[in-house]
Design a protein around this ligand. Structure first.
Ligand code: ZN
Length: 486
């Protein structure tokens, strides 16, 4: 089985050959935890969950590291300005680590709902300050950084003389410089493209650590270079993230790593494309920043209804990860219908009895499913092949076609592997207990109303008490009733 992945660095699909099989190391840039996860967070999480699941299915022992950024990410991804987490803490009058814990918990809740598997290691930037200081020192020792007023900056121009700054994003430093005005207040830097490895903290900055250069904090890009090499080694297989991270974040990561270790660390760079909303980029200022919870509750003004976590997951998987995805209510409704078709076919499949033989080549469906995944994780094509299986299942279910025991087992296997294990979809209709309980309570309540109308108060009270005994509390109101689990 040969898996090909598109490497952003070489700009072509490459055969996946891990450095040290059967082990595979994978590092993905995780969230900066100062706000609720939104649709833009769901895409990388689901894309790399798909890869994590598929590599495990192929038999690799995967160490998946996804970090939590809890320090050093300043506003506008710049080297000046307030730390995003410190700012939230100041506004909410919380300790910065309370902000981190609160939004990390909420991020985990959302990931669980989306059936995104937890990574093997989830390191925090603030837990690796010493290692980050060590890497700053290495880069200084190797001559690729300089101190300026207590801060340490990466010397991009010097690096670019011996290596290529811009190798990942395809940007050329001379062009970048020609198109940039020297900004005021950047006089600490020799060059506007130099970036902070260590920042001296201003007197009001709360998140700070002592160092030989100054009381300060690490630059945003540094944590990923440090934590990836700490947990995966100086050379590892896969580094992933959203396309918005290619420049400057990953470009700077490569420069730092090469400056510190003398060589590249990542064999395959993978990037998922972005999600637009009604054709527009997502952005706080545009008012189209929809959080995942708002999707699940239908509580944002752009949403016509609530969309379940699996609908969001299916919607994202319906596109290849390198294509753009445009959110609209119509697209989500269509995704929800597609998912329902798949899940209903699965239910039907479990009830089918073998009789006769099916004229379709079921082996070729399985082959096509693998071929789609092996072609750079083409989940869009995989789903199209699964819909072919759905068509066959429905034809057998309707009695229009026969199926043999062997074919039936093959179809069941295809669903188990591709729908549930690899795409990571779940059947939400079978686990929606609160909806089922709600319908049952409603049924009992109608019986109570009927008894009351017949002045049979004993039966009515009896039913209410019986519900109470199994933990369901009913409160009668003038115009209806409320219920809750006790
Ligand atoms: Zn990163």
């Amino acid at each position: 089985m040969e898996l090909y992945l598109y490497n952003t660095l070489s700009r072509k699909k490459e055969l996946f050959e891990p450095i040290n099989p059967p082990f595979a190391g994978m590092y993905v840039c995780g969230p900066t935890v100062y706000g609720d996860a939104h649709l833009g967070h769901a895409r990388p999480a689901i894309t790399f969950d798909l890869l994590f699941r598929y590599l495990q299915h192929l038999g690799y022992k995967v160490r998946y590291v996804r970090n939590i950024t809890d320090v050093g990410h300043l506003e506008n991804d710049a080297d000046e300005g307030e730390d995003k987490i410190a700012k939230k803490a100041r506004l909410e009058r919380l300790e910065p680590m309370e902000v981190v814990q609160y939004f990390t918990n909420r991020y985990h809740d959302c990931m669980k709902k989306l059936n995104v598997l937890p990574p093997s290691i989830e390191p925090h930037a603030s837990g690796h300050i010493i290692e980050q200081q060590e890497m700053v020192q290495q880069i200084l020792d190797n001559g690729y950084a300089y101190e300026s007023n207590g801060s340490i900056y990466f010397d991009v121009e010097k690096y670019n003389k011996q290596h290529t700054y811009g190798i990942l994003s395809g940007r050329v430093l001379d062009d970048l410089m020609a198109n940039t005005r020297q900004l005021e207040g950047q006089d600490e830097k020799r060059n506007p493209f130099d970036f902070a490895l260590w920042k001296k903290a201003s007197p009001y900055h709360i998140m700070r650590w002592p160092s030989k250069w100054s009381d300060g904090f690490p630059g945003w890009h540094l944590e990923c270079s440090v934590m990836s090499s700490k947990y995966l080694g100086e050379k590892f297989d896969i580094h992933g993230g959203g396309m918005d991270l290619v420049f400057p974040h990953h470009e700077c990561e490569i420069a730092q790593t090469v400056a510190a270790h003398g060589h590249h660390s990542v064999k395959y760079w993978l990037h998922n494309n972005m999600i637009t909303i009604n054709g527009q980029k997502m952005g706080k200022s545009l008012g189209n920043f929809i959080t995942l919870d708002e999707f699940f509750e239908g509580s944002h003004k752009l949403l016509e209804q609530a969309y379940s976590p699996m609908t969001i997951r299916f919607f994202i998987l319906q596109a290849h990860y390198r294509s753009t995805v445009d959110f609209s209510n119509e697209a989500l409704v269509a995704a929800s219908k597609g998912l329902q078709r798949l899940m209903e076919a699965n239910k039907a499949l479990q009830t089918l009895k073998a009789s006769g033989n099916n004229s379709n080549d079921i082996d070729s469906i399985e082959k096509n499913c693998y071929a789609a995944m092996n072609d750079d994780l083409n989940s869009a094509l995989l789903i199209a092949h699964l819909m072919e299986a759905v068509r066959i299942i429905n034809a057998v279910y309707d009695g229009k076609e026969g199926i043999s025991e062997l074919q039936l087992n093959k179809l069941k296997n295809i669903f188990k592997i591709f729908v549930f294990d690899i795409l990571g979809l779940t059947d939400e209709s079978s686990n929606n207990h609160s909806e089922i309980i709600g319908s049952l309570v409603d049924m009992v309540q109608q019986m109570r109303m009927k008894a009351k109308a017949e002045k049979d108060y004993q039966t009515s009270d009896n039913l209410r008490n019986k519900l109470g005994e199994i933990g369901i509390e009913i409160k009668d109101r003038k115009d209806g009733y409320d219920w809750k689990l006790k």
